[in-house]
Design a binder for this molecule. Structure first.
Ligand SMILES: [Zn+2]
Length: 341
């Protein structure tokens, strides 16, 4: 695990620039606000350090990261991982130009990451069938940011994408069916470091906050006052965000859900929630109205855990929500009991 405390990052920025602690803290807070709570204080500090050209991470000899060590704000990262799914490239319009974007998930056995490609030469690899599901990719010189559903690697035109490279690192990547399995199920009390985990438990509290936010229908970026940073003025789509406390009896943790995942937890579509809020003239109405149905409802959540440096607590972004299947679950419990004996 790679974790650099915020104080250490501040120290490094101080050494490289002539700013004092106050000024640096202010910059980090501004960055955090700019990203409207999307990243932790640590994440914001990483981005600020990168803006000053400060390298926080020493890369390994080969210069290749393991996915578990990749952090938001990295400006140049390289890694080897297997493509787990390939989505059809989408076309978007920005001002007068048309562009394409394609995203897919990769895994290397230590973590998963969403790769987002913007370059037509890269997208061609997919359109022409050279790059497909299950291929091992070496991707160089991409940058890392925190997206709604966890970390994203964005490629640049200068990023190199090598398909099925003949290098030792490629031989360590598990087969696709292993990578597609759920992450390891853990007890909340055993989650002591960032990573991707599966937990089973129940929502025990939901914050009474307005759940709605606007996203661009083209690129799914969050929008402010009807304007997308990529697409300008555009009619937004509504999405939901909820912040919960999730408990599995060994401990609890803040778990946040966006979009479809939030709809699944609330058991209500964003349209239904929006209507409830409007009918009652209260944006928090759908949360308060559904709360008692949701609390205590058993769920299995897979998500990415990272540290919130305001509180220092580990938090999860839920990216898969499923209701337990009783047969499968009782098999698992039986297996666990057998393994213990
Ligand atoms: Zn957009």
């Amino acid at each position: 695990m790679m974790k650099i405390p915020v104080v250490e990052i501040i120290e490094k920025i101080k050494n490289k620039t002539s700013m004092d602690d106050e000024k640096i803290k202010q910059k980090i807070e501004e960055k955090e606000k700019e990203l409207s709570g999307l990243v932790s204080k640590e994440g914001a500090a990483h981005i600020v350090a990168n803006e000053f050209g400060i390298k926080l991470f020493k890369q390994k000899e080969s210069g290749l990261f393991k996915l578990k060590d990749i952090a938001p704000g990295l400006k140049t990262a390289s890694f080897v991982a297997r493509a787990l799914n390939i989505e059809t490239p989408r076309t978007f319009k920005k001002e007068d130009r048309e562009g394409k974007v394609c995203s897919f998930l990769v895994g290397d056995g230590t973590g998963k990451l969403r790769v987002v490609m913007w370059d037509t030469n890269h997208i061609k690899l997919i359109e022409e069938g050279e790059l497909s599901e299950g291929d091992i990719l070496k991707i160089t010189n991409c940058y890392i940011k925190e997206g709604y559903y966890g970390l994203e690697c964005h490629t640049r035109s200068s990023s190199e994408i090598i398909i099925n490279p003949d290098i030792p690192e490629a031989k360590d990547i598990p087969p696709i069916d292993k990578l597609m399995e759920f992450s390891e199920r853990v007890k909340i009390m055993d989650i002591t470091e960032p990573g991707t985990y599966e937990i089973r438990g129940a929502v025990v509290d939901i914050a009474d906050k307005e759940p709605f936010f606007e996203v661009c229908p083209e690129c799914r970026k969050s929008m402010k006052e009807g304007t997308c940073p990529n697409h300008g003025e555009i009619k937004p789509k509504h999405s939901m965000f909820i912040s919960t406390v999730f408990d599995d009896s060994t401990g609890n943790m803040r778990v946040v859900f966006f979009g479809n995942q939030a709809e699944k937890v609330l058991d209500m579509s964003v349209e239904e929630a929006k209507k409830l809020a409007e009918d009652n003239n209260d944006p928090t109405y759908p949360i308060n109205n559904k709360k008692m149905d949701v609390l205590g409802k058993e769920l299995i959540i897979e998500g990415r855990v990272s540290q919130n440096d305001f509180s220092g607590d580990l938090e999860m972004i839920g990216r898969k929500v499923i209701k337990p299947n009783p047969v499968e679950e009782s098999e698992r419990v039986k297996e666990e009991i057998e393994n213990e004996n």
